[in-house]
Write a protein that binds this ligand. Structure first.
Ligand code: ZN
Length: 130
């Protein structure tokens, strides 16, 4: 009969390397699949890659501002929060983002849709509205 410590050691010696290799293989497979994803209709505003291939980063503030994986790493290009889009079918058509208004969440949650829309207009992000 094995002790608990012996069982743990057996798992470490036998299964850890197998599971680690399976995990690395899985990660590499996902990375390779992602590297081939094409975001038709979206060009990188950094390096001008057109269309963006791999992961697309969509700016939460600037309309029609997208970056590829490499350009997103450059802090001078991605000054705002960027949405990471792996699957083009799951990309939002538009984002509305609110920064630094001084309103807390309870005030925002108590607002009606009309109040929220007028607040958004007051924030001068009307170009993002449908
Ligand atoms: Zn780029």
């Amino acid at each position: 009969m094995l002790t608990f410590d012996q069982i743990k050691q057996e798992i470490r010696n036998t299964w850890y390397p197998v599971l680690r290799d399976m995990l690395y293989e899985h990660i590499e497979s996902k990375r390779e699949t992602q590297s081939k994803v094409v975001h038709e209709g979206f060009a990188c505003d950094g390096c001008k890659m057109n269309p963006i291939v791999g992961i697309r980063y969509m700016c939460s503030v600037r309309a029609n501002f997208d970056l590829c994986e490499n350009c997103e790493k450059d802090p001078s290009l991605s000054q705002h929060t960027m949405l990471k889009i792996r699957n083009p079918q799951r990309a939002p058509a538009k984002l509305i983002c609110q920064y630094g208004t001084g309103m807390n969440k309870s005030i925002v949650s108590a607002m009606t849709n009309a109040d929220l829309l007028s607040s958004i207009s007051a924030l001068n992000v009307g170009n993002l509205m449908p």
